[in-house]
Design a protein. Structure first.
Length: 335
C-alpha cells in the first residue's frame, strides 16, 4: 500500500544574484491544492550524491519506464470517502487508487489509502507526518504512525516510524531541465505489517528534491528493503524549469512492496500487492529458467499459486500488476 510508492511536494525560496539560496520549506510552497494535476515518470535508481550547501545533482540520465497521472481532488470525489472525512484532500492515482492527506499549516500528513479493486482500505488511526513547516536546512524529526486494514478475510496492522531530514540544497538537473534553489529531503520509513501469516518488516530509504511552486518532488530515488530483498528505483516530474502548470502531489514516500506467504511454502504460495492487484506471477530457478507462469484470471486481491509440483529449493518470482513488473523477490519451497 505502496507505493504506491511514493507523493510529497515543494518549497519557497529566495535568490541573491546568481548565488544558490537556501530554500525554506513552507506550507504555502509545498502543500497540494485541489485542482493540481501531475505526471510522474518512474525510472531507474541513481546515486543520491552528497548532502550539504550549494550542491549540484545531475539526474539527466534518468529514463522513463512508465508514468502515472495524479489529480488532487476533494475527499468527497473518492468512491469510498466515508473512512477519510477528516482528510483535507484526496489524490486520485490513474483512477486505480486514492491517497488521502491532511495539508495543514504546520505539517503535511498521510491519512489513508483506498484501492477499490482490492478491495483494500487503510484509514490511519495515527497519521504519518511526511513534512513539518517551516522546514530549514539541518532540521530533522521522527513521527510514529499506525493503521489497520483487511484484505479478503485477512486482517493486517501496519505500524512504523518515519524520520525526515532536510540535508542539502543546490541545483538539480532532470531529463526536463535544470532547477535552481532546490532542497533535498531524506526520508527513512521503517514499518511492520503483522497478520496471522507473521510479521513483514520493511525499510524505505528515500531522497526527494523540491522547488517552489511545483507541489511535487522534482525527482526522487529510493531503496526498499523487506527482509533480505532490496528493490531500488527513482522518479522525476514531467515539468520544465519555470513552468508550474503541471503540479500536484506525488506519493513518492508511500512505497509498496508485495507480500508473499507462507515463506517457506509447501503446496501453495500467495501474493498480495500493496499498491496494485497482482495480475501475473512468474517463477524462475536460480539458473534463470522459467519454471512456472500463472495469471490471476479472477482479479482477487490475494493471488495464490500452486507450487506442489516444485522441488524443495529457492526460486525467484516476478510479480506483475496492471502497469507491469511490481517486484522481484525470492520464494522458498520446503517439502
Amino acid at each position: 500500500m505502496t507505493k504506491h510508492l511514493l507523493k510529497i511536494t515543494s518549497l519557497v525560496f529566495c535568490s541573491l544574484g546568481s548565488a544558490i539560496a537556501q530554500p525554506i520549506l513552507t506550507a504555502s510552497g509545498i502543500n497540494p491544492v485541489i485542482g493540481d494535476v501531475i505526471e510522474v515518470n518512474q525510472s531507474q535508481y541513481m546515486s543520491p550524491g552528497n548532502g550539504g550547501a550549494s550542491q549540484t545533482w545531475n539526474f539527466a540520465a534518468m529514463t522513463s519506464s512508465t508514468s502515472s497521472n495524479n489529480t488532487c481532488q476533494a475527499v468527497s470525489a473518492a468512491p469510498n470517502p466515508g473512512p477519510f472525512t477528516s482528510s483535507s484532500n484526496m489524490q486520485m492515482n490513474d483512477g486505480t487508487s486514492y491517497s488521502f492527506i491532511n495539508a495543514g499549516s504546520s505539517a503535511l500528513a498521510i491519512t489513508g489509502l483506498d484501492i477499490p479493486s482490492g478491495p483494500i482500505t487503510m484509514a490511519y488511526s495515527n497519521s504519518e507526518e511526511i513534512m513539518h513547516y517551516p522546514f530549514n536546512m539541518g532540521n530533522t524529526y521522527n513521527d510514529t504512525w499506525y493503521t489497520t486494514y483487511t484484505v479478503s478475510s485477512f486482517s493486517f496492522t501496519r505500524s512504523g516510524t518515519t524520520n525526515v531530514t532536510y540535508d542539502g540544497y543546490g541545483t538539480i538537473t532532470t531529463p526536463k531541465g535544470t532547477f535552481n534553489n532546490t532542497a533535498r529531503v531524506h526520508i527513512v520509513q521503517t514499518y511492520s505489517d503483522v497478520s496471522q501469516f507473521g510479521t513483514t518488516n520493511t525499510t524505505n530509504d528515500q531522497y526527494l528534491w523540491f522547488a517552489n511552486g511545483y507541489h511535487s518532488s522534482l525527482a526522487s530515488v529510493f531503496s526498499l528493503t523487506t527482509g533480505t530483498m532490496t528493490q531500488q528505483g527513482g522518479s522525476y516530474l514531467t515539468a520544465t524549469p519555470g513552468s508550474t502548470s503541471t503540479t500536484g502531489f506525488a506519493d513518492n514516500t508511500i512505497s509498496n512492496l508485495v507480500q508473499s506467504f507462507p515463506n517457506p511454502a509447501i503446496n501453495k504460495v500467495s501474493f498480495m500487492s500493496n499498491q496494485y492487484p497482482v495480475t501475473k506471477v512468474e517463477l524462475f530457478d536460480l539458473n534463470g529458467k522459467l519454471i512456472l507462469l500463472e495469471e490471476n484470471q479472477s482479479g482477487s486481491a490475494i493471488f495464490s499459486v500452486d507450487v506442489s509440483s516444485l522441488s524443495t529449493g529457492v526460486y525467484m518470482s516476478k510479480i506483475y500488476g496492471n502497469t507491469g513488473l511490481i517486484e522481484t523477490k525470492k520464494v522458498s519451497i520446503q517439502k
